[in-house]
Design a protein around this ligand. Structure first.
Ligand SMILES: O=C(O)[C@@H](CO)OP(=O)(O)O
Length: 325
C-alpha cells in the first residue's frame, strides 16, 4: 500500500518555508530547493537524498548525523538541443524558444549516451529548450525513473503538486528549474540574425560580443555577468548536492554552461573565449575529494571507457544490467 505522507509529517521535520511569491523575488536562490525539501524530503534515509541547506555550503549545514551517500558523484552537463532560433541563426538569449525536430532527436541521442550514468537530481534553466532537453534525455535512461518538475510559483502550486506515496517518490527524479542557469541575456541582439548583425557591426565586434568574457552585447550580459549568477547558483545549490554524493544532470545553455565549465576546469578569461559547446552534447565530470575531473563526452551507452572511470559508475551500470536483463 502506498505510504501517505502528510504535509504535517513533512513540515514537522523542518521549519515551514513560509513560501510566498515575494520570497521568490527576494531570495530566488533558495526557494527551489526549499520546495524540493518540502516535497521530497521525508527522512534522512530516503533514497532520494538528504537535502542540504540550499544557501550555505554543506560543511556549514549538514548536521554531523547525516552520512554522505558517497564521496564521489557524477555531474552531467548538456547544452539543449537545437532550437527554432538556432535553426534560423537568430540571437536567442533569454527568449523562450522550443526545440526543433532535430533538437528533439539530439536530446534523445544525448539521453542514450548517458543512459547508464546515475542521475539523482536534475537542474535546468527556466527556459523550455533546456527543460525539453532534460525531459527527452531522461526518457532514454535505463533507471526508468520519472523526472518531475518542482513548482514554486505559489504556495498552492507547491501544495497541489505534492506526491503522497513514498514508493512513487523513490521512482521520481526531482527537476529544479532555476533562472540563474538561463542563457546569457543578449540584450538588443535578441531576435536579430547573427550573420546580418556581423555584416552591420563587423565580424570582429560581433565575435567579441559573442565570445569575449568581459564585453557585453548592447544592453545585455557579458559572459562575466552571466557567470556571476550561474556559477553562484552552481556553488550554492548544486555543488553541495554533489558533495553529498548525489549525481546531478544540468541541462542549460551555451553560455551559462561555458561559464560553469570555466569554473570547473579553471579556465582563464582568455581560454574561455575559444570554448564552444555543440547542441545536445553531454559532458561528464566526476566530483571527488572536492575536485572536478573532466571525463569527456560519453560516446554511447555501452562505451567501456566511461564505466572504467570509477568503480561507482561501473557498479551502477552493472546493477542496471542485472536488474534489467
Ligand atoms: O543566441 C544565443 O542565445 C546563443 C546560443 O545559441 O548564441 P551564441 O552562440 O552567440 O552564444
Amino acid at each position: 500500500m502506498a505510504t501517505v505522507v502528510s504535509q504535517q509529517a513533512i513540515t514537522s521535520q523542518r521549519p515551514s518555508s513560509n513560501f510566498k511569491a515575494s520570497h521568490f523575488l527576494k531570495e530566488p536562490l533558495n526557494v527551489p530547493i526549499k520546495l524540493r525539501q518540502k516535497q521530497f524530503k521525508i527522512q534522512a534515509t530516503a533514497s532520494q537524498a538528504p537535502l542540504l541547506d540550499p544557501v550555505l555550503s554543506p560543511s556549514k549545514t549538514i548536521p554531523q548525523s547525516y552520512k554522505k551517500k558517497s564521496n564521489e558523484a557524477s555531474l552531467i552537463l548538456i547544452r539543449h538541443g537545437e532550437s527554432l532560433w538556432n535553426e534560423k541563426n537568430l540571437f536567442t538569449g533569454c527568449v523562450d524558444v522550443p526545440l526543433t525536430e532535430k533538437g528533439v532527436a539530439e536530446a534523445i541521442q544525448a539521453g542514450k549516451r548517458i543512459s547508464n550514468i546515475p542521475v539523482d537530481l536534475i537542474f535546468t534553466s527556466s527556459l523550455i529548450r533546456a527543460q525539453m532537453t532534460a525531459m527527452l534525455a531522461m526518457t532514454q535512461h535505463r533507471c526508468k525513473k520519472v523526472p518531475i518538475i518542482l513548482h514554486d510559483e505559489s504556495e498552492k502550486a507547491q501544495t497541489w503538486s505534492h506526491v503522497f506515496s513514498e514508493e512513487t517518490r523513490k521512482q521520481s527524479i526531482p527537476v529544479i528549474a532555476a533562472w540563474q542557469l538561463n542563457e546569457r541575456m543578449y540584450g538588443e541582439l535578441q531576435g536579430l540574425n547573427k550573420e546580418e548583425t556581423a555584416e552591420r557591426y563587423g565580424t570582429q565586434q560581433v565575435h567579441e560580443w559573442r565570445r569575449s568574457y568581459h564585453i557585453p552585447p548592447p544592453k545585455g550580459e557579458s559572459l562575466e555577468m552571466c557567470a556571476e549568477r550561474a556559477v553562484a547558483y552552481f556553488e550554492d545549490n548544486i555543488q553541495p548536492e554533489l558533495a553529498f554524493g548525489n549525481n546531478v544532470l544540468i541541462a542549460a545553455h551555451g553560455n551559462s554552461l561555458r561559464s560553469i565549465i570555466m569554473y570547473l576546469d579553471k579556465l582563464t578569461s582568455q581560454e574561455v573565449t575559444s570554448l564552444e559547446l555543440s547542441t545536445g552534447l553531454p559532458l561528464l565530470y566526476i566530483f571527488k575529494d572536492r575536485k572536478f575531473m573532466r571525463r569527456g563526452s560519453p560516446v554511447g551507452p555501452t562505451e567501456a571507457g566511461v564505466y572504467a572511470y570509477t568503480k561507482r559508475l561501473a557498479q551502477y551500470r552493472q546493477k542496471l544490467d542485472e536488474t534489467l536483463t
